[in-house]
Design a protein around this ligand. Structure first.
Ligand code: S3P
Length: 173
């Protein structure tokens, strides 16, 4: 069975929806951000602070390569994973990519006060989110096998929509 890979911007609900999918489909759940933190022995905020974004991206690349190598998993990714072509090709090889769409405003509202989003740690997080989202949306859309809107929809409904499509397409039993 393929992996179900959740991609999309910060605060789109990849982790929350991923856990629901894992429960419903009886598949193991992995989150690339948590795998990076476990391996580095520190949280993402600190990795950025001490070693910078480039170092974080290298750790992210290793985590993606490891987790994508086997199928049958639900994988939640960090919002910047798809910016690297090699990451995308690893994830696509054994995976069905689901893009969770979110607006900059909802993204900021959902992640407010959380420490693992250094890219939004700015005096004006919504403008920072707008800029990043604008630069990334075309990539998310072009690599996705399925796109699902998450604004004004709870994670249970998002997960139900995904399961419905996956069943229709014969990707899961
Ligand atoms: C990032 C998103 C974060 C985390 C890191 C960088 C990004 O993950 O990987 O802060 O570049 O969009 P979430 O999308 O899970 O918040």
């Amino acid at each position: 069975m393929k992996n179900i890979v959740l991609i999309g911007f910060m605060g789109s609900g990849k982790t929350t929806v991923g856990r629901i999918l894992a429960d419903q489909l009886g598949m193991p759940f992995h989150d690339t951000d948590r795998l990076i933190e476990e391996k580095a022995g520190m949280d993402i905020g600190r990795i950025f602070e001490e070693s910078g974004e480039d170092h974080f991206r290298r750790l992210e690349k290793d985590a993606v390569k490891d987790v994508a190598a086997r199928g049958g998993r639900i994988i939640a990714t960090g919002g910047g994973v798809v910016l690297d072509e090699e990451n995308v090709s690893h994830l696509k090889k054994e995976g069905f990519l689901v893009y969770l769409e979110v607006s900059a405003r909802d993204s900021c509202r959902r992640v407010e006060g959380e420490a693992d989003r250094p890219l939004l740690d700015s005096p004006d997080p919504e403008s920072a989110a707008e800029r990043l989202l604008c630069a990334r949306t075309a990539v998310y859309e072009s690599v996705a096998d399925l796109s699902v809107k998450t604004s004004e929809v709870g994670p249970d409904r998002v997960a139900a929509e995904i399961v419905g499509v996956l069943r229709d397409r014969g990707e899961v039993a």
